[in-house]
Ligand binder design. Structure first.
Ligand SMILES: [Zn+2]
Ligand SMILES: [Zn+2]
Length: 721
């Protein structure tokens, strides 16, 4: 048979592809195993080549898929991403497959289940005697008939109990196709809430609009945005379509998964995020790819899942910065979602109480359709704001006298309080009062933060940990003092101050991975309590008894050089404040500030994000900042201090830029991180074509330059800052 030639993308940070041969006909996007530099790796077929102009072409070792697992729109999307985000195409292909498939393995459609036998169906409690746990497990089977591995885990049925029930002949092991599982995929109409007039108007307007639009539902916290998209999802599921729901972080949207499962059947919903095991990810991917399940809830990279028949994409909390990947190949899952929907001729629904300025501008430009929800459901009122002057009283662990009194009052009324502080650890700063020494990370240009439990110094940027020294490492005096308050210290203080109230700290340190993975981030308790936490508390938790939010440091970010800081601070403060008061309880927010007269705090107090966003947009327009201009960052990093600046200078000179077309090169906010010295050159232009042409020139220089050994150059299109 004649030899065919294929252009193959390899999962490496390389922008070029490679030619291999085979006598088998292979479709575009298929996985192949090929030899590369003395090893075998899995690559992806880009296309057939007619007459290759390279010599000594190696043959493909093994064809893993004759028919590609990804469809034409996905294949096209990969090319668009490579072109738009200037990313190595092999790495994008890699993102499209779960780790299992990247290694060249196959996912089985069959699954092992444990099923109840006729004998088991008839077994009664008496026959178990004292083996109570065995009977309880059997009761689960009598109800569900069969369970697979995740089901066993969810019902806490151990291997020992399982074996005992099998040996008694009550259960048997079976192999089933995942599509034939006896599962709950029924739509439960009763689980849907009836929409109020305002919600219903939006629902109908989206339902009746054309099939290929981007919608933004902008509604205050508690206004019932999710219920609108639940209703829209139902329409797609009833038509046999699949739906993708992107969320910022699974563990932080605890109710969402349960609410979706309640409405659409627990076995119709797949989950995809990086905390899952490789096996579970592979099955979730396969269930969606083959159409075994209808709904996928996933974080950022779930946007790269090939669906059997995708009908709708939902991007929840669209403003959240976790949609942007800032390591490896940099992309925005939100923006990729819009482009993907375009290719597949379907719609996107974005939701937020604090939409990003980019999306709001797209609404102004009539690229997206804006739908505003102005009322909170059940007529809950918006929270009342007060500003507490940090200069007015002696502070106790960062809290004013006034705040402490108000916390007391709310607790005595049986309510719950949230104290918000975006600083982890015990003391953000350690300082020698004799010589002024302060412990710094040896890998990064930052101070180490003091943590208790265990007592040590931690770098929040690279994770380096050191035992806390007893004496100053510079002058040897025992004169180290702690400055500023972190969540650990605040927790300790509040525990001491409110002795009879439970204080719960919620930050990434306090929550184990397990908790973030499962959905048990917050207590269900309705008892009076104090939550102390960082911005992960800002996300959509529903706590009906929470009536007071205290923002310990509302000023952080007010005086930042980053042009995105004001937008982010507004989003954060509005989101956190939205936790206060729902349904029948009125909410209050205390903003503690050293500059209580600052106009920004007054704006926040209006709780009118739309107005704040419009004002920031006007400022951005005047100062020619995104989203009114396009930006592309060229990042350079090296272990050798002078190199990043030198390389970026070379690049900027050879681009021949006008003065208003670039900023820098300048060191990053933290120049040295994880031992790398980092600089950035920002390109900007009002003309998208032009700025992309410039970036393409940069890529050529990177690929041809001889400095690549010592300097890593990365490109960030539409950077976050
Ligand atoms: Zn000292
Ligand atoms: Zn460090």
């Amino acid at each position: 048979m004649e030899n065919l030639y294929y252009e193959v993308a390899l999962p490496l940070p390389l922008r070029n592809s490679f030619t291999y041969s085979s006598n088998i006909k292979i479709s575009n996007g298929s996985r192949v195993q090929v030899p590369f530099r003395n090893r075998e790796i899995v690559g992806y077929v880009l296309k057939k080549q007619s007459s290759p102009n390279v010599k000594s072409i190696k043959p493909i070792t093994k064809v893993l898929d004759r028919n590609s697992l990804i469809d034409k729109p996905s294949y096209d999307l990969i090319h668009w991403i490579a072109n738009y985000y200037k990313a190595p195409i092999g790495e994008i292909f890699k993102s499209y497959f779960p780790p299992f498939l990247r290694k060249g393995k196959k996912i089985k459609d069959s699954i092992e289940v444990y099923a109840i036998t006729n004998l088991g169906k008839l077994a009664s409690k008496e026959s178990f005697g004292r083996a109570k746990k065995q009977f309880e497990a059997l009761e689960v089977f009598q109800h569900k008939l069969e369970l697979s591995r995740p089901g066993l885990k969810a019902n806490k049925i151990s291997k020992a109990i399982l074996d005992a029930l099998i040996s008694k002949g009550y259960l048997e092991k079976k192999s089933r196709n995942r599509n034939e599982l006896k599962t709950n995929k029924e739509l439960n109409s009763e689980a849907f809430f009836e929409l109020n007039d305002e919600q219903n108007k939006i629902y109908k307007s989206i339902k009746n609009s054309s099939a290929n639009l981007t919608h933004l539902i902008f509604g205050v916290t508690g206004s019932g945005k999710t219920e609108i998209y639940f209703h829209l999802i139902r329409d797609f599921i009833e038509k046999g379509k699949q739906v993708l729901i992107l969320v910022p972080e699974i563990g932080l949207t605890p109710n969402l998964k349960a609410e979706i499962e309640r409405r659409f059947g627990e076995d119709n919903v797949a989950l995809l995020h990086s905390e899952m095991s490789e096996k579970d990810r592979a099955h979730a991917w396969n269930d969606i790819n083959k159409g075994f399940k209808s709904i996928l809830i996933g974080t950022r990279s779930a946007i790269f899942t090939p669906f059997k028949d995708l009908g709708l994409i939902v991007v929840d909390e669209e403003h959240d910065s976790s949609y942007k990947q800032i390591d490896g190949f940099r992309y925005s899952a939100r923006d990729v979602a819009v482009y993907r929907a375009n290719l597949e001729k379907i719609s996107v629904i974005m939701c937020s109480a604090t939409p990003s300025l980019e999306s709001l501008k797209n609404c102004q430009d009539e690229k997206y359709c804006l739908h505003k929800l102005t009322r909170r459901v059940k007529d809950a009122r918006q929270p009342n704001f007060e500003i507490s002057d940090l200069r007015s009283s002696e502070l106790k662990s960062g809290l004013t006298e006034y705040s402490l009194n108000e916390i007391s009052k709310e607790l005595s009324k049986g309510n719950q309080v949230l104290v918000f502080l975006n600083k982890k650890g015990y003391a953000p700063m350690v300082f020698c009062n004799k010589c002024g020494w302060t412990p710094e990370c040896s890998n990064c240009d930052v101070s180490m933060v003091y943590h208790i439990n265990p007592k040590r110094l931690v770098c929040h940027h690279c994770g380096t940990k050191h035992p806390m020294p007893v004496a100053c490492l510079n002058c040897n005096e025992e004169s180290l003092e702690f400055f500023h308050t972190g969540t650990e210290k605040l927790e300790e203080f509040l525990n001491e101050y409110f002795k009879n109230t439970s204080v719960i700290r919620v930050d990434r340190e306090a929550l184990g991975k397990e908790q973030l993975r499962s959905n048990s981030v917050l207590p269900d308790s309705k008892e009076p309590l104090i939550l102390v936490g960082t911005q992960i508390l800002a996300k959509g938790h529903h706590m009906p008894n929470l009536t007071l939010v205290v923002v310990v440091d509302a000023d952080s970010g007010l005086f930042s050089v980053d042009h995105k800081a004001s937008e982010r601070l507004a989003q954060l403060l509005i989101q956190v404040s939205g936790r206060a008061g729902r349904e029948d309880k009125e909410g209050r927010v205390i903003l503690q500030s050293f500059v209580p007269e600052h106009p920004f705090l007054e704006k926040i107090s209006s709780f009118d994000y739309g107005r704040i966003a419009n004002e920031i947009l006007k400022e951005r327009q005047t100062s020619k900042l995104p989203p009114f201009v396009y930006q592309i960052n060229i990042h350079a990093e090296s272990l050798k201090r002078p190199l990043p600046e030198k390389v970026l200078m070379e690049i900027s000179h050879s681009l021949n830029l006008n003065d208003d077309e670039f900023i820098g090169p300048k060191p990053e906010l933290i120049e040295k991180r994880k031992n790398y010295f980092r600089w950035v050159l920002t390109l900007k232009s009002e003309n998208r074509k032009k700025i992309h042409a410039l970036a393409n020139q940069v890529i050529k220089m990177i690929d041809q330059g001889d400095y690549s050994k010592n300097v890593r150059v990365g490109i960030d299109v539409d950077p976050l800052n």
